[in-house]
Design a protein around this ligand. Structure first.
Ligand code: ATP
Ligand code: LTN
Length: 326
């Protein structure tokens, strides 16, 4: 069985964007792939984090992954920092990465503009991501479009290493969803809806109350021509709401446009809100049951044991090939 691997940073509360662009992709593939879903907490500290909130979110995210439909029987869940091989392999890969290629990473360029002190970790972030992937011989890496360049770097590093030291790593394939690849911020619909954004009104959190979800969608920024059709450039706000509705109802953009042909913006938004509320309240009910059942730690303990064994094997193979240790 082929392997799928992905993770979502615990750098903020999970959003509707995380669900559509991230988690749902893995849900779709969980029957076909041996799936590894982890919490990249080491990646989260490449920018400033509040330690208490970070710790709380790590467990919470795993609960949410499961509530969103990732079945613990079909997926292995684990925490990156609990497996020391990730950071260790990352170092070896860093020694086989070039400043030039890392400097070209779009996410680094964007994020480094936003922080006062740019950490070295932010710069080498994609190499750690490559280590996450290559340790497990992952074939498929579902991610949003913004992470594609990082998966491509992982491919390059795998090929470079294989060429230099002999066949060691599987060269992974990125998997980018075609629709809903980017869910936009409701207040600034040209920007991605992001969990590390401080714009609370523009971001729908998976654990938002029904009242907040409705309020945020009803006050989403649109335009003034009161016509509902998809045009990302001229009508980014309306197009974003169409995308959200389309993904959650599994209807095509054309079908959604036809459905809302005679609606005004108010009624349109109300119906989009109904759909989002239905999906998220269902996830929330499941989430609170999972938390109450206390199974999250058991799942993570099992995941840790299993993945440490796999990672150790690969890491020792790498050490040998590179000529490290005895
Ligand atoms: P941050 O703002 O901290 O960078 P993020 O909200 O972009 O975080 P990530 O953890 O980087 O979230 O992303 C997890 C996965 O979900 C990635 O594959 C990412 O591309 C996808 N994703 C996140 N937000 C969205 C969005 N708004 N639309 C589509 N996909 C998204
Ligand atoms: N950088 C990714 C999270 C991430 C990841 C990975 C995703 C870290 N390591 C390995 C896939 C595979 C993000 O921000 N979404």
């Amino acid at each position: 069985m082929k392997k799928l691997l992905t993770g979502l940073q615990p750098s903020g509360e999970l959003t509707l964007g995380s669900l559509i662009g991230g988690i749902s992709q893995s849900v779709k593939y969980q029957d076909e792939y041996d799936s590894y879903i982890f919490v990249p907490d080491l990646h989260a500290i490449t920018v400033e984090q509040d330690p208490e909130k970070l710790k709380e979110r790590i467990r919470k995210n795993v609960g949410l992954y499961i509530a969103c439909g990732l079945d613990p029987k079909k997926n292995t869940f684990y925490i990156q920092s609990e497996n020391l091989y990730h950071a260790n392999l990352s170092w070896i890969l860093e020694c086989n990465s070039y400043m030039g290629e890392l400097s070209r990473m779009t996410q680094f360029k964007d994020k480094s503009k936003k922080v006062k002190n740019v950490s070295c970790g932010l710069f080498t972030y994609p190499v750690l991501m490559a280590a996450d992937i290559l340790l497990y011989d992952a074939d498929l890496v579902p991610t949003g479009i913004d992470q594609k360049q990082h998966v491509e770097l992982a491919r390059n590093l795998a090929e470079r290493f294989n060429h230099k030291y002999g066949d060691t790593f599987v060269v992974p394939e990125p998997m980018i969803p075609t629709l809903g690849a980017k869910i936009k911020d409701l207040q600034e619909p040209t920007k991605k809806m992001s969990k590390s954004s401080d714009n609370y009104k523009g971001t729908i959190l998976l654990l938002d109350s029904e009242k907040d979800i409705r309020k945020k969608i009803m006050s989403a920024v649109t335009d003034s021509d009161n016509k509902i059709y998809y045009d990302e450039e001229k009508k980014p706000g309306i197009s974003n709401l169409i995308t959200i509705y389309s993904v959650l109802t599994k209807k095509s953009i054309k079908e959604v446009e036809t459905h809302f042909k005679d609606y005004n913006y108010g009624n349109f938004k109300k119906e989009v809100a109904d759909v989002v509320v239905k999906v998220l309240i269902d996830i929330q009910n499941k989430y609170y049951k999972i938390v109450e059942s206390g199974i999250i730690d058991k799942i993570l303990d099992e995941g840790r044991e299993k993945t440490i064994k796999i990672a150790k094997n690969k890491y020792e193979e790498v050490l040998n090939k590179v000529g490290l240790g005895r």
